[in-house]
Ligand binder design. Structure first.
Ligand code: AMP
Ligand code: MG
Length: 268
């Protein structure tokens, strides 16, 4: 199976020309897509079980998106039912004083997945060339070299047994507006709403420019980005799960042989 939404190294990225509407790409209705997703999710559960049991390799899944882009929702629906012992989800927030006393990859490197584990980053080291760039949190002379520093960091990880899957959830500005409004209208979603999000929305075009540059510069042969049309949640979940399942099938994890000879074991 080919990867529909994966970028090629060197490819120019123009987000305005890239689809946010998955339903236009899907050959079927929403019900068919949901059924396909559910089948893939079952397969993911089985593959993750083997990946964890094998305990040799590592999988890192990175999610980036604008606010309300669907990172939390995708993680919740795609990972439902997997063995929680083999998966760690890390949401990256504003760095702490201690984080800032170190290089920007310090807090990231500490929590990359170990053998047999799937690590999921809800936001990531990429914030350091996104929010940091758009709001001038550090000067360009500091953030500009980070593209290359990130590429080398990801090279180190992949050279040492980690497969990296990076998903940018691509929503339109209209869809973000709808989702913000839904959050405002629903008291159970108020906790997710930060007035700051409205401020950041004013910088939409600057964010798109920052995303375009990081998608282009940090799509390497060892760690390409995927741009997922994310206005329809059902398409988003299907497209992401497809790529995770395809990748795990290629890794083809195996249950390890028993540590002891079990052929003569009798349980009294
Ligand atoms: P949320 O994902 O809605 O919980 O929000 C987390 C917030 O942390 C977002 O506003 C991010 O932009 C912010 N954030 C994450 N990483 C960084 C970083 N390296 N520097 C500055 N802000 C960050
Ligand atoms: Mg938020």
């Amino acid at each position: 199976m080919s990867y529909l939404h994966q970028l090629e190294p060197g490819q120019a990225v123009d987000l305005a020309q890239m689809p946010t509407q998955g339903k236009r790409l899907y050959d079927g209705d929403k019900e068919t897509a949901v059924a396909e997703f559910e089948a893939l999710r079952e397969e993911l559960i089985e593959l993750q079980n083997r990946f964890y049991a094998e305990g040799k390799r590592k999988l890192l899944i990175v999610f980036q998106a604008m606010d309300a882009g669907g990172k939390d929702g995708a993680i919740r629906s795609i990972l439902r039912g997997v063995n929680p012992q083999g998966v760690r989800v890390y949401p990256f927030k504003v760095p702490s004083k201690e984080d800032l006393d170190h290089d920007f990859l310090w807090r990231i490197h500490k929590v990359v997945p170990g053998k047999g584990m799937i690590g999921v980053f809800n936001r990531s080291h990429y914030e350091d060339v996104l929010v940091v760039r758009v709001h001038n949190i550090v000067p360009e002379a500091v953030w500009r070299p980070r593209y290359e520093q990130i590429n080398q960091f990801e090279k180190l990880l992949t050279d040492t047994g980690t497969t990296i899957l990076k998903f940018y959830l691509h929503i339109s500005a209209d869809e973000q507006k709808k989702r913000f409004q839904a959050r405002l209208d629903d008291p159970s979603k108020h906790w997710k709403f930060a007035v700051e999000d409205i401020e950041k929305r004013k910088f939409w075009d600057d964010y798109m420019a920052a995303y375009e540059e990081m998608l282009a510069r940090c799509t390497t042969p060892w760690s390409p980005w995927r741009v997922i049309p994310a206005d329809q949640k059902w398409y988003r979940d299907l497209a992401i799960t497809r790529d995770i399942v395809t990748t795990l099938n290629q890794l083809n994890p195996q249950y390890p042989p028993p540590a002891d000879d079990l052929s003569q074991v009798v349980i009294n």
